[in-house]
Design a protein around this ligand. Structure first.
Ligand code: SF4
Ligand code: FE
Length: 490
């Protein structure tokens, strides 16, 4: 089944999700002006799936049921599916210029599907069957699921069991006949409030002493004992000002929150790992690999909009014919397409897992994300260079609209702003306002969470990729190649 955007938004109203912001409980969070843009953004994943123009990218045939489903709930069946996933993410980045949040669930589905298969094979458990049933339900209902991985981690030098506070990593506090009780939290969870369900996974490799922390499971977002504290974003209260031009992106935005598990009961059928610590690392590596691939799509789509806005800013200023400006736009495009190359490359070199779904090439996915920790910063630097200082010094929308008289001849604040911020003939000052506010939002405002800092830390901080690149780089093989050519015997 494929739901519509409206059905998705309405479905959120039926949940009893507990959301807190600025120290208070938010009852109608669906219509809250600070939260709503992030809901609109997830809704775009439904809207585009219903558009015949994007059917091939946005929908797929379920490997579990044979039914047509939203690609965000799909298990990748081929390298072609992996490539389409990246193209779908670029498309959504272009349409929303934000983080559309639904990829974390898709990446969790694919990682947990293959890992549970291998746990069962080694340990004789039944997690894979649990997961198949769960995912069939998610696909049939076309639900949004948060893939929750990042624990608070406390003292980084200590393993989960050695932390002063055991809640620094999600853990089992009670084993029951019918299920488990869990405590802990997950930090900066993308789209958690906007999700119908959550899948929890461990965040690091674990040893035997961490058995109680080696746990993976699913639960409804509004389950008893679970709540969220909204993660604020730069300039977020502008959304309360009723001045949409100053937002830069009025309709869409991202969302991160702290998700707390306070003695949450998980029935057996929703458990996907419970003590099999040897497989914690596999689940982490696979989820992170998929999400590092994801960034070669979503950030590229957002980058497309940033480049377009920069070119418009230059055009409105009358600077677009300058060769230096043209060259900077070429550089931005080169950097952005390099990220896309990485996303496509790790997808095209994918291979089937033992469970049958496809996984990306891990080395190339990690190279992809490592580049994402750098190139958007350079793209934004060039955008700010071309846009000029006005993107951070321009008066408010309310000034541009103000009737308050300030001039000797009765000019209003609005008239003065429109006089001095006018550039070329035929370019309304409002267009300039809009495009500069958009760039401000992308480079420094609420959207910078998703385009810049998330490029650095989302799907793992840069050092996490370097560890994987070291592991996958096969230096010994390279040494052999050099010896053979240089005539050095074994
Ligand atoms: Fe999707 Fe990108 Fe947001 Fe991750 S950061 S959820 S890949 S849009
Ligand atoms: Fe992310």
């Amino acid at each position: 089944m494929i739901r519509t955007a409206e059905q998705y938004i309405e479905s959120l109203r039926t949940l009893k999700t507990r959301v807190y912001m600025f120290g208070e409980k938010i009852d109608n969070w669906v219509d809250h002006p600070i939260i709503r843009p992030s809901i609109n953004c997830v809704a775009a994943t439904y809207e585009l799936a219903n558009d015949p123009m994007y059917e091939d990218l946005m929908t797929a045939t379920s490997s579990l049921t044979g039914k047509k489903i939203n690609r965000f709930t799909h298990l990748h069946q081929s390298t072609d599916d992996l490539i389409k996933k990246v193209k779908m993410q670029r498309l959504l980045g272009q349409k929303t210029a934000s983080c559309f949040q639904r990829c974390v669930g898709m990446d969790a589905f694919n990682a947990v599907f293959s890992t549970t298969y291998e746990i069962d094979e080694a340990c004789g458990t039944h997690y894979h069957e649990n997961f198949r049933k769960f995912l069939t339900f998610i696909q049939d209902e076309d639900l949004v699921v948060d893939g929750a991985m990042t624990d608070p981690k406390g003292d980084r030098s200590k393993a989960p069991h050695a932390q002063a506070d055991p809640d620094m990593f999600v853990h089992v506090v009670e084993q029951r006949e019918d299920g488990i009780v869990v405590c802990g939290a997950k930090c900066h969870q993308t789209g958690s409030i906007n999700s119908h369900w959550h899948i929890f996974m461990p965040t690091i490799s674990m040893g035997e002493a961490d058995k109680d922390w080696a746990v993976s499971f699913a639960c409804p977002t509004d389950t008893e004992g679970l709540y969220m504290i909204y993660g604020r974003q730069s300039c977020d209260t502008r959304k309360l000002e009723n001045a949409p031009i100053d937002l830069g992106n009025e309709k869409y935005g991202g969302q991160e929150a702290l998700v707390v598990l306070d003695h949450v009961f998980i029935p057996n059928e929703y458990i996907f790992m419970n003590g099999e610590y040897q497989f914690a690392g596999m689940m982490v590596e696979r989820f992170a690999g998929y999400h590092r691939q994801s960034y070669g799509g979503c950030k590229v789509g957002v980058g497309d909009v940033v480049i377009g806005a920069t070119a418009l800013a230059a055009e409105y200023n009358g600077a677009d014919k300058a060769s230096a400006v043209k060259d900077k736009l070429i550089e931005m495009t080169h950097l952005n397409e390099t990220l896309y190359c990485c996303g496509i490359a790790c997808s095209s070199q994918g291979a089937p897992t033992k469970a049958g779904n496809y996984q990306i090439d891990l080395l190339l996915a990690n190279v992809c994300k490592q580049n994402v920790t750098r190139f958007p910063y350079e793209i934004v630097r060039l955008a700010e260079d071309i846009a000029g200082g006005l993107m951070v010094t321009m008066p408010a929308q309310k000034d541009f609209e103000s009737d308050t008289v300030v001039g000797r001849n009765g000019e209003t604040i609005g008239e003065i702003c429109n006089k001095f911020f006018k550039t070329k003939e035929n370019v309304p000052t409002e267009y300039r306002q809009r495009i500069l506010r958009f760039l401000e939002n992308m480079c420094l405002g609420a959207a910078a969470v998703g385009y810049r800092t998330e490029s650095m830390h989302g799907a793992g901080s840069p050092q996490a990729q370097r560890i994987m690149i070291a592991r996958q780089g096969n230096l010994e093989h390279k040494k052999e190649l050099a010896k053979a050519i240089a005539g050095i015997p074994e």
